[in-house]
Design a protein around this ligand. Structure first.
Ligand code: CA
Length: 529
């Protein structure tokens, strides 16, 4: 490893030399690097309501709270298409799915511009480590090592420019190690832009032993809407298949297959959605069914999910400690977010996709010493297309006119522009698709939400002030027809402004899947990346 740190006498000599040359030739010595470093930490499926800084009722996240205490917490940050691959494409390009072409689990066209390319061209040293899930090789990054597809929690393979290699250990620890190595070995004469993307806490929620033990047997409070019976809602909730009580598999619930089962038979056993489960309590076997089984399934799901989150929290702390010890605290913007939210039993669901709050709401916490007032919050409506413009403005670069988001820098400075948005447009396409979630689009304002399931021609309307849990569909209420008309007009206005002309309404993109098998990648020996 190269050591870039000059010792004090040499540094003094260099300073003296620079000052002398400045005097001789009349130019100013370059100031300390003013362009900030940008460290973007993103997890996969980490709901804001599983972060104690956001008021979580189910866990404590001291390291993320530390970031919020020293920075700004965004309370209304939303994904515009709440699934992994589209959200990642939107974050990179600053554009909606129908513009960047990634509406479902299809490969990104890496030839298009992205925020990393702009930053790299402006002199940033750029890196991407961890979950990618966009199918093609990353572009715009000086260094990258990504999980193939979803990747594995234990002893994961990584794709690197030279091939495919395996690293032993637990994914969240490894990705943090890679991030620290990237920072240690970066060229010190350039600012850096690092996207550190964790796999956790994506399904099937496999914690390491240490964090699993922290949650084993712990009783997690149930959300108020766990037993939502979907009364008054459209067909979509009734038809969905991401229900905690009915759709978690034996694999999700970490049930052990009989030892004599192997190969496809073993997988078949693991993929069953069990209607009865035998557990052992204090040495006694007990058969769980019905409501008792439902409650047990919720606990098993949340225990594993939260244990995965706890490892993320520890590792964010480890990365923050390293940065601070390396003297990088002051000039580094640190962002913590997740590619979307997640249902933690809310409306009886796991997963995301739907336009309901737990799914679309992203945690978004930013620390930027000297710019952000510590411990501040904002309720400005912000969206994931805003991230790329924010990075560019922070780096002193112009925001390309074709990016559809808006820079958050003024909000970070505590000055919300008077013309800031009061609504945003959402669209989900993957239908037919996983979990049988029906395609929809809609608008969310500061007070209301209108959702249109276009293949069904059915609507849902929620008053978020009086019904933050989104339990009462007011669409057919005669008293609400004025609100419906206003929201429909706003939805169509945004749809037109964003140039969504329904080009992907009835067809899936043809540019392939994102889950491998990546045959072009030759296996290379395990090594330090
Ligand atoms: Ca995700």
């Amino acid at each position: 490893m190269r050591d870039y740190n000059m010792n004090a006498p040499i540094r003094s000599l260099v300073t003296l030399l620079v000052l002398s040359l400045s005097g001789l030739f009349g130019w100013a010595a370059p100031a300390a690097p003013s362009r900030p470093n940008i460290l973007f930490i993103m997890t996969d499926d980490h709901a804001a309501h599983a972060i104690s800084a956001y008021g979580s009722q189910v866990n404590q996240t001291p390291q993320l709270d530390r970031l919020a205490r020293e920075g700004m917490r965004f309370d209304r940050c939303f994904a515009v298409n709440s699934i992994c691959t589209p959200s990642r494409a939107t974050i990179l390009t600053g554009k909606y799915s129908h513009i960047n072409g990634v509406t479902v689990f299809n490969r990104i066209d890496g030839a298009q511009p992205n925020v990393a390319k702009y930053l790299q061209a402006a002199g940033y040293y750029t890196g991407l480590l961890g979950k990618w899930h966009l199918g093609s090789d990353p572009t715009g990054f000086d260094k990258w090592a990504v999980l193939p597809g979803q990747g594995a929690y234990f002893d994961p393979d990584f794709l690197v420019p030279e091939g495919r290699t395996q690293i032993k250990g637990y994914a969240t620890d490894i990705i943090t190690d890679l991030a620290i190595d990237f920072l240690k070995n970066r060229p010190k004469d350039k600012p850096f832009f690092l996207m550190c993307h964790h796999k956790a806490p994506h399904r099937n929620w496999q914690p390491d032993e240490k964090h699993k033990a922290m949650f084993a047997g712990k009783v997690i409070p149930e959300p108020a809407t766990l037993r939502d019976n979907y009364e008054g809602r459209t067909d979509a909730l009734h038809e969905n298949k991401q229900r905690v009580f009915y759709d978690l598999t034996r694999n999700d619930l970490k049930l052990e297959p009989p030892t004599d089962l192997t190969g496809p038979a073993r997988n078949q056993w693991l993929n069953v959605k069990p209607t009865e489960v035998e557990i052992t309590v204090l040495g006694q076997k007990k058969l769980l069914t019905g409501e008792e089984l439902n409650a047990w399934k919720y606990q098993r799901y949340l225990q594993d999910y939260l244990a995965c989150v706890q490892s993320v929290d520890d590792n964010v702390g480890r990365l923050l400690d390293w940065l601070e010890a390396a003297g990088l605290r002051e000039n580094t913007i640190i962002i913590y977010t997740s590619d979307q939210g997640f249902f933690l039993g809310d409306h009886g669901l796991y997963d995301k996709r739907f336009m309901y709050e737990p799914s679309i709401r992203m945690p978004f916490i930013v620390r930027w010493p000297g710019v952000i007032k510590p411990g501040s919050t904002t309720d400005a409506i912000t969206i994931n297309p805003d991230f790329a413009p924010t990075f560019l403005e922070a780096a002193g670069l112009p925001v390309p006119v074709d990016m559809q988001g808006r820079s958050l820098v003024s909000i970070l400075q505590g000055r919300r522009p008077t013309d800031w948005r009061h609504s945003f447009y959402y669209r989900y396409y993957h239908d037919p698709g996983d979990h049988n979630t029906r395609a929809h689009y809609g608008v969310r304002t500061e007070t209301h939400k209108l959702i249109y399931f276009w293949k069904k021609d059915q609507y849902e309307l929620y008053d978020l002030r009086n019904d933050p849990g989104e339990m009462h569909n007011l669409y057919s209420d005669p008293a609400q027809q004025g609100v419906v008309a206003e929201l429909r007009a706003e939805m169509l206005r945004l749809k037109k402004e964003l140039k969504d002309d329904d080009q992907f309404a009835d067809k899936m993109p043809t540019n392939g899947g994102v889950d491998g098998p990546f045959p072009d990648k030759q296996r290379i020996p395990p090594r330090v990346l």
